[in-house]
Design a binder for this molecule. Sequence first.
Ligand SMILES: Nc1ncnc2c1ncn2[C@@H]1O[C@H](COP(=O)(O)OP(=O)(O)O)[C@@H](O)[C@H]1O
Ligand SMILES: [Mg+2]
Length: 359
Amino acid sequence: MLYAVELVNLSKAYGNFRAVDDISLQIREGEFFSILGPSGCGKTTTLRLIAGFETPTSGRIYLQGREISGVPPFQRPVNTVFQNYALFPHMSVAENVAFGLEMQRVPRKEIERRVREALEMVRMADRANSRPHQLSGGQQQRVALARALVNRPAVLLLDEPLGALDLKLRKAMQLELKQIQQEVGITFIYVTHDQEEALTMSDRIAVMGHGKVLQCATPEEIYERPQSRYVADFIGETNFLEGRLISLNGTAQVQLEPELSIAAASSERALAQGAPVTIAIRPEKIALSAQDSDPSALRGIVREAVYIGTDMRYVVQLGQRTQVVVRVQNLGAERDQRFRRGDSVYVKWAAENARLLVD
Ligand SMILES: Nc1ncnc2c1ncn2[C@@H]1O[C@H](COP(=O)(O)OP(=O)(O)O)[C@@H](O)[C@H]1O
Ligand SMILES: [Mg+2]
């Protein structure tokens, strides 16, 4: 299969420090692919390597099957949109978008047509004659996007392009960007430190930490089946329960305290009895009730109960010292059963929603 972008054992070192540390990725044609990770983990460096602004210390980069190490940035079929979209203030929207094509001496008629098409893609055709200062932040970012699309790159690199926008506008732009990407069919490689943004927009996500790719999968896979504590911790809220393995055959039995053991799903095979393990459970996967005759239900005491609009957020103590966060969706006054601090409760979860992690 021919990939839009393929990275093979790619590294970039600055002195002794590896900003990008032996990463391999295969990004498909037409994919909305996100690189997600905290500040400083190597996201921008990875994009700059693909764009050709940095030279790899080792490893290879293929664009549509072609090795591009010797190809200068302006000859790569790639364009970049940055957070700080520097539009030229003295030029109109149309002139800003046309600028790159004029530098390439594309004929005037063709420039006009392509600028119009690019502005239509981002729904800014009616603002062609405006100046950047007359536009909102979101509109300016769309012009920046049109300017990057007008060259018809095979791959568009986007480096935290919505980072400067406020939350509400950012959410609206996330959906629009995704829609635009589907319409134009260009491969997007989207860098963000915002896990919700990556989950919302992406076909697949590569989670990075300390220069490495820790997991690369669909949003659902990353959220439901994180492979490491780092990934589970970075994506959403998670309860981590530490204990020792009692037994393992399909599901794992784990001892958390002398009087408290729980079951968890596991694909591990070669783990010794008594090995230290961590169980990860999402707060919304835990069910809470006043009475439960199911023998797998655990008794607990509500230590905290906080109303957070969409949900109630509880902290429930199990055993002597184990605590779990539980989130229960607020469905409407009639149907909700609310608990208060000090209430005695039962908690329960499906074993497949408790993940055994061993890192
Ligand atoms: N030109 C450079 N010289 C030295 N260190 C750099 C350079 N560029 C980036 N770094 C370092 O590499 C790491 C990764 O940077 P970067 O790729 O910008 O991270 P991110 O975009 O994920 O926040 C950071 O620790 C940063 O300080
Ligand atoms: Mg960055």
